[in-house]
Design a protein around this ligand. Structure first.
Ligand SMILES: *Cc1c(COP(=O)(O)O)cnc(C)c1O
Length: 488
């Protein structure tokens, strides 16, 4: 018995060696005519590496008995057949890892999908700043060295009513820098009801610790009174701080101190009030039927000495953190060494300026500011788009799934209240068969993510939901056209 097994094993390994011997050499493959266009496109170095990787894969497949490629009529593996795989590999490697997707999650400002989509004006300005030298820190009037904030602070002050402004990498940086410049080794008084955590590990107590400031918590989770702030003030107090509770709400027996109440107390003690607004919109959103959010202007008007907010949330611009307020405070912030580490690049400034300029013509804002246009889209538009896409998706999915057009609610996202406020429409896909619905929906979700431009939806209540709010008319044809390519 054991003899036979040994004999068979010997035969197998002889066959295997014969098969491996039929693989062409790397030199033969790269010398082939078919390889030349690939070399012209990707360069010899990358093509060689891809040939080696492909042949290694084939050899491993042969040994494991899993290679699906068969030798040709002459019993050889032709170099051209190898190059088919090489070409696919090179194409896959050339594809950018950062790819456009369709955001059908229903969350307009989706942090994981890059938040605000920028208007064309901003795109053009970024391309210009990328391809030509710009006066980033150069004063064209005097020919002397300039300050990059000068490009934009006038505009920010005009729109917010603040005395001075500066811009950093994001709002987390804005808060960290402000606290570092104004409150290191001092105390900052914050209500316990406002010690928020924003997604992605931004927590007020942690930022406070990083800035070397001592957090002085006052009040309770649900109720904080003016007298709580008052009795916490002492010789070490640097700031009174309010944080906008962007992503949650406490209801019931609650009390918080309004900014307008806090300001007189701070004034009496000669202390500044800082407000972290989070989203911090520059305009009253209720004109477009959106929920009320405190504007930066109103916050400054109510007496805040310093306000920090994001550039890529409701403002609709690039990732940035804006700091506005009293001249003297902004000057101290700009002098802090962290400012240099947290400053924005020219691309951010290039994108931010045209977005801010849109706010100077509020009549057109709802149409030209992409974020606002998406948030304010009438549900009828999404209904019509869903009606057009539905039969195409149904055909692509076959009988295993049923596709319907249904009303749903979109969310603003990025720290705006996660309540259902934006009526929308979309495609709702349910598993048609009995049982196994969860797995079938996950399979569908995966297939949508595998499309050339991945489609990101969400599974809820035993259905896959595709909210069409963020597929505008210019994108709709591309969205529908790739649906037949779905592979389940
Ligand atoms: C979103 C948010 C931040 C963080 O802003 P980023 O721009 O994401 O860094 C900080 N504070 C509040 C209240 C926020 O809503």
């Amino acid at each position: 018995m054991s003899d036979t097994v040994g004999h068979e094993a010997e035969q197998d390994s002889a066959a295997l060696n014969a098969l491996l011997a039929k693989m062409p050499s790397v030199e033969r493959v790269i010398a082939s005519v078919t390889a030349q266009p690939l070399i012209a496109l990707f360069g010899r170095t990358q093509v060689l590496a891809a040939i080696r990787a492909t042949l290694d894969g084939w050899r491993r497949g042969t040994q494991a008995g899993t290679l699906s490629v068969a030798a040709d009529d002459t019993g050889q593996f032709a170099p051209e057949r190898v190059l088919d795989d090489v070409s696919r590999l090179l194409d896959a490697q050339a594809q950018s890892r950062l790819r456009p997707v369709f955001n059908l999650t229903g969350t307009v400002l989706h942090t994981n999908l890059g938040r605000a989509i920028l208007p064309d004006e901003a795109v053009r300005a970024v391309v210009q700043a990328l391809t030509q030298p710009v006066n980033l820190e150069f004063d064209l009037a005097t020919g002397k060295r300039g300050d990059r904030d000068d490009l934009i602070d006038g505009l920010i002050c005009e729109l917010t009513g603040a005395e001075a402004a500066t811009v950093v990498n994001n709002n987390a940086a804005a808060v960290l820098l402000s606290l570092s410049a104004l409150a290191t080794r001092k105390e900052v008084i914050v209500s316990r009801g406002e010690l928020v955590e924003i997604g992605g590990a931004f927590r007020i107590p942690d930022i406070m610790a990083r800035a070397g400031a001592r957090l002085r918590e006052v009040g309770t989770t649900n109720r904080t009174h003016l007298k709580d702030y008052e009795s916490a003030i002492n010789a070490r107090t640097a700031l009174l701080m309010k944080v906008h509770c962007s992503n949650y709400a406490i209801s019931g027996f609650t009390k918080s101190v309004e900014l307008a109440e806090l300001v007189p107390l701070a004034r009496t003690h000669g202390l500044p009030v800082a407000v972290d607004l989070g989203s911090g919109t520059l305009t009253d959103l209720t004109q477009w039927g959106l929920p009320a959010e405190p504007t930066v202007h109103a916050t400054i008007e109510a007496g805040a000495d310093l306000v920090t907010f994001s550039g890529d949330k409701l403002l609709g611009g690039p990732q940035a953190g804006l700091i506005v307020g009293r001249k003297e405070l902004i000057a101290r912030i700009k002098k802090h060494p962290l400012k240099r580490a947290l400053r924005v690049g020219k691309l951010t400034l290039a994108a931010l300026e045209p977005v801010l300029k849109l706010y100077q013509a509020p009549e057109f804002l709802g149409e030209r500011l992409t974020t606002l246009r998406l948030l304010a889209r009438p549900a009828t538009q999404m209904h019509e788009a869903a009606t057009r896409a539905s039969p195409v998706l149904q055909r692509a999915l076959g009988e295993a799934y049923t596709v319907g057009v249904e009303p749903m609610f979109s969310q603003i996202g990025s720290g705006a209240l996660p309540v259902d406020v934006l009526p929308s429409y979309g495609l709702v896909v349910r598993h048609a068969g009995k049982g196994g619905s969860g797995r079938a929906l996950m399979k569908l979700e995966r297939a949508l993510r595998a499309l050339p431009r991945p489609v990101i939806g969400r599974i809820a209540d035993d259905a896959l939901r595709l909210d069409l709010r963020c597929v505008e008319a210019t994108d709709e044809a591309a969205f529908i056209a790739q649906l037949p390519e779905l592979r389940l």
